[in-house]
Design a protein around this ligand. Structure first.
Ligand code: ATP
Length: 424
């Protein structure tokens, strides 16, 4: 028989068990609710920061949902591949680092100071300030552009570039992988381009001398980078300062366009003109109209095309050589870089030069669009491939014929020796 004391004990135990069960259900419910509402909030925030980027069928690696998926790929980058900057971001998250509105990770001054061995690894000096090579804690190698602290212009450009670059990624653009605003300093962190600038490769003593194939590929890479800016990005981006110093090359000698989103106050031309861009590359139509359009970028690209053909810097009267070349259909042969003489097909040089001349047309609207330029350069490569293919086909036909004749000769020889034996 169960006495009343036992009943009370059972009642209390059962009550306690039920109470514990209810409490844990309530606790789990609250946790579940909090977690889901946090995820919903994050998703909403991410949606609102992801701008639409039209890819136009271009070979762009941008993902408009990049900040959601954390999977932006920067092909050909020397930056750890799978992860890009967001890999760092996830690793630094616990350190209370902030991502900008565009999802670009932000680093502290201390991080950069360490990565650049206290700013001793200088790569060069640009008009915005020095650029340093940096090895980050994760092992990724990057280039850090420190904006001069006395530059008011730099501050504005900094804001422009961080928000713009967060949305622009392409294999032929030097991608922004981070930034730093700390201790009164502004820094932009880019993927590292180990082969330096096209200007350096074309004109400096240590430049190893680019082959024609490399130059053609570089021209195509640049045009694809600009094509993405002009025709892939929404809204379209005009570079405004295309020049060989702003074309950087990675470890595989693939070219990428740098410094887009940065603008300059004035050009050094002996007077304070208020024009933006770099002397030698500026569209003359822009100088007279003060209107900068995509066709002004096309003009600057035309100048770069002739730099690739001639290895003559625009500051060394390149345009005089270009005008000389324009006088006859084979005029480009006369201005060809000496290093390339006998090392390339003149027909290809002439075709590239004629594309360059079209880009330099004095009437902007008569210049081709960047899409047309890309197609025309790609065709030079396709034609060569088609020719090589037909030649190798012809070669294999010939070798098949030769081996057939050789076989027939062997057979005839055997018949003859058989006959000889029979008559003996
Ligand atoms: N991502 C990078 N990887 C490797 N080197 C770089 C990178 N960015 C810039 N550099 C190097 O740093 C130097 C300065 O570059 P920066 O872009 O600041 O100036 P610039 O383009 O030469 O001149 P300007 O600022 O007048 O356009 C150059 O020698 C350039 O090759």
């Amino acid at each position: 028989m169960v006495n009343s004391a036992d009943l009370v004990t059972i009642g209390i135990s059962a009550g306690l068990a039920i109470g514990i069960l209810i409490a844990s259900l309530v606790f789990c419910g609250i946790r579940w609710y909090k977690k889901h509402s946090h995820l919903r909030r994050c998703a909403n925030e991410r949606c609102s920061t992801a701008l639409p980027i039209r890819t136009n069928g271009l070979d762009a690696s941008i993902d408009s949902s990049a900040s959601v998926s954390n999977s932006i790929a920067i092909p050909g980058s020397e930056f750890p591949a799978k992860d890009s900057h967001l890999f760092w971001w996830s690793h630094r998250h616990d350190k209370d680092q902030l991502a900008s509105a565009s999802g670009i990770p932000r680093y502290s001054y201390k991080d950069i100071q360490k990565a650049t061995h206290n700013f001793t690894t200088i790569l060069g000096q640009g008009s915005f300030g020095p650029v340093y090579k940096a090895t980050m804690a994760t092992g990724g190698v990057v280039a850090v552009k420190v904006l001069a602290s006395n530059s008011k212009q730099g501050e504005k450009e900094f804001q422009t570039e961080v928000s713009l670059l967060g949305r622009l990624h392409h294999r032929n653009l030097v991608n922004l992988v981070g930034y730093c605003v700390d201790k009164g300093q502004h820094m932009l962190i880019y993927e590292f381009m180990s082969n330096g600038s096209l200007e350096n490769l074309l004109y400096s003593e240590e430049g190893q001398g680019l082959s024609w194939e490399e130059r053609l590929q570089i021209a195509l890479d640049i045009s694809h980078g600009i094509e993405y800016l002009h025709e892939g990005a929404v809204p379209p981006v005009i570079h405004r300062d295309l020049k060989s110093a702003n074309i950087l090359l990675d470890q595989s000698m693939r070219a990428k366009v740098a410094d887009f989103g940065l603008s300059k106050e004035e050009v050094f031309d002996g007077r304070n003109s208020g024009l933006k861009g770099t002397y030698g590359y500026i569209d003359p139509a822009y100088i007279s109209s003060n209107k900068f359009t995509m066709k002004s970028d096309i003009y600057s690209f035309g100048v770069i095309i002739f730099e690739l053909i001639t290895a003559i810097h625009p500051h060394q009267n390149l345009m005089e050589f270009v005008n000389l070349a324009a006088m006859s259909p084979d005029g480009a042969d006369e201005i060809l870089d000496k290093q390339l003489v006998g090392e390339c097909k003149l027909e290809e040089v002439r075709t590239l030069a004629s594309i360059g001349h079209k880009c330099l047309h004095k009437t902007p609207r008569k210049r081709p669009s960047i899409g047309e330029v890309s197609l025309a350069i790609a065709r030079i490569k396709q034609r060569r491939f088609a020719k090589e293919h037909t030649m190798s086909l012809a070669d294999s036909d010939l070798s098949r014929m030769v081996s057939r004749i050789e076989n027939q000769q062997v057979e005839l020889f055997e018949i003859a020796s058989f006959k000889d034996k029979a008559t003996e």
